[in-house]
Design a protein around this ligand. Sequence first.
Ligand code: CU
Length: 491
Amino acid sequence: MKRRSFLKIATASFAGVYLSQCSALRTTHQPLTTVIKSADGLLDFHLEAQDETVSLAGRQAKLMAYNGQVPAPRIEARAGDTVQIRFTNWLSQPSNLHYHGLHVSPTGNADNPFLHVAPGEQIDYSFTLPDAHPAGLFWYHPHHHGHVAEQVAAGLAGLFVVRGELDEIPEVKAATEEFLVLQDFELDAEGNILQPHPLWQMWGREGTVLTVNGQLTPKFTLPDQGLVRLRLLNASPSRIYRLQLEDHPFHLIATDGGALEEPVELPELILAPGERADVLVKGDRPPGEYALLSLPYDRGIGSMTAQMKADMDNDPQMAQMSKMMRSLRQLQTQPQQLATVIYGDRTSSIPLPKKLGAIAPLPEAQVQREFVLDHGMDIQNGAAFLINGKGFDPTRTDISTSLNQVEDWTIINAAGMDHPFHLHVHPFQVLSRNDKAPPFLAWKDTVMVNAYERVKIRVKFADYPGKTVYHCHILDHEDKGMMGICNVQSV
Ligand SMILES: [Cu+2]
């Protein structure tokens, strides 16, 4: 079937939801994220990836979008639900979908990062969330090796919310819920995504336009004396956010894999690419406007950008790159406002919840492994990003394990740049950072490993046999090889 005729049929077949979204986009010129919820245990919808001109940060930008939206539609499901997504790739390059953090099968048409959906092709994703799946904030994005950074940087990312027990805790339920998808972009004068210089890819591309839900400094309401629940996702390909809300501490209630045992008060919050945080904020300050800030953070590229800037200023062809470097340098040294929290009407005072969930520490591990993250040179591609000296090879299995095995993984960052480490499908607990135990227990799927740091995690391969991947979530690093394959064998 020719692409154009197929497009007409595909659009007509789900005209209800999709067309109404498009017309809303055209008439309001505002970023719009729709919500797709499961009903009667089933979540069934169509998702199309396409090059689109969308409204972003108050201007028109030529991005890649799911169903015309950046960020993509928010999906909401419950434990035990069956998820069926008909995905069509209208991009000019291969793509697929990864359900980041979901505890579902990595095989077949489920959370399988090895699937290849060619331009113009369609695939039916289908999986079931286990009955015991924790409530939490997960997300979906493309995961076709070699194209991940480019596609995520162009806007392809959406939230996948699993509703459950955490949402039913009275104080959490009484809080005003807000979702904040953090994405950064670098656009030229025409609104095109700027193609990254190879060095910029080496560091991991960052943009100077910092958006929350596709907007510049959107406003969120905090009820006076009440609680707001900010559910944050870092969907940027490389940027690490150091977040702070003026005069208000965060009360962390959930991380990547769901609820903590009790709220943890934090003056600021570091969110690496791929990580999520669920925080409560108390409206107990003088009513007014407070800035949600992205504070300076150097992930190891500060000294390099300064050196680059000097070289580039003398080269007219590099003028744009040089300008961007200056902006990035500024972002690394000065706080940027991401959003504004404004006090709303006075409400009856809501206390913080005392108990959230129960987290059982994983039992002792049977196997110890080490993963050394480092950079090297590759004759063909220039920089190579390596795990244990090897770049990603889709035909090589790096680790074989078996169902129900508990393993301790020590991730050693041997390089001068931060590398957030992500394991698909199987959630883990962090045991130590440079041999120091973390202050609280949490379920994670992505953990920051700072430059020259050693982070030890514990994972139990409790179910879902099959091959999946672990990798750096600076997505350019993943595309350049910092990824390995883990095969869980059924016993
Ligand atoms: Cu990395």
